[in-house]
Write a protein that binds this ligand. Sequence first.
Ligand code: 1HN
Length: 366
Amino acid sequence: MSIDLPSRDTDVSGELGALYESLARADLAPLWNITDQLLTPTPRPKAVPWLWSATTLRPLAERAIALVPIERGGERRVLSLVNPGLGGRPYAAGTLWGALQCLGPRESAPAHRHSPGAIRFVLSGAGVWTTVDGDACDMAPGDLVLTPAYNWHDHTNGGDEAMLWFDGLDLPVVEALDAVFFEEYGELQQPHLRPHNRSETEYGATGYRTVPDAVTEQLDPTPSPLLVYRWAQTDAELARLAAETDSAKVTIEFTNPRSGASVLPTLGCFMHRIAPNGSSLPERQAGNQVFVVFDGSGHSVIDGELFEWSAGDCFVVPSWAPVEHHARERADLFSISDAPVLRALGLFRRQTLDAAQPVLRVFQPR
Ligand code: 1HN
């Protein structure tokens, strides 16, 4: 956090001015001058509402595939979403990493592990698997794959097509806690079990679980043992819920089949389906969110600013910013949030607002 301390050249003079100078020289700050910056009535996230469009992201990903090899040192071909409110830090929001990762035909991203936990949501391509502690998880568009904290993971493209996926990590939270650890695996790839998708065989058939329309109440410090959530099941669950309700939007949270908690202790993953010409109720919540448009098109109003979106776009809803979504054609939005962290600390709040926001401005991509 950066706070504006009373500077030495303010018009405070005399003994009081001298006191402020002495305090600053002694590495002390007078709370009475900074209370209103510290204790704001509601959250004031530094991250701003922002959108990265697929029409910008995809050609850049293709250029990166052509020009930048993956090897030890670089390890990953990842374009991180840099929120312009964060002073150049490579984070989508103060608590969330969001990025586009691309893996070309026959490429591998070397095995490593770290204390931050990650999720992958697949956007396009075929033939890739991520090996998570020896379990090779096949990836296809719409699938969610988990690489929990400290799990060894490497990505392999065994096919002839590039694959693009969204990476979400809790890295800014782990960094804020001064708890980042990282380790390379001894080999480029881990040996993996055959057949692939062991966690899915073990937990997928009976354990695939979602929570409708909510952030799960359950808390669990251990991550989900199910490492992959398939699009076919997500789609079926959304269709089932949409058929049961009159609301234009249905939301599910992907959950740990053992405990019903969020998939990772630090990250929640959600899928939202909005009916054609449908609008969600305006709402706001404590904590940041990053959305990824999987399918369809429409717009969202975030803190009075209108963001047009279509498939492959990513956008940020900062903490406590009012948001409502409108679909033109039927839309499926994936999102991540830090809600499990806020819940664990008793800080989570959510509010549905009475009225749609007036649109004050329209987002102009750079
Ligand atoms: C990471 O390990 C991956 O394994 C992707 O694919 C993005 C961003 C920051 C730190 C570690 C990956 C990452 C990352």
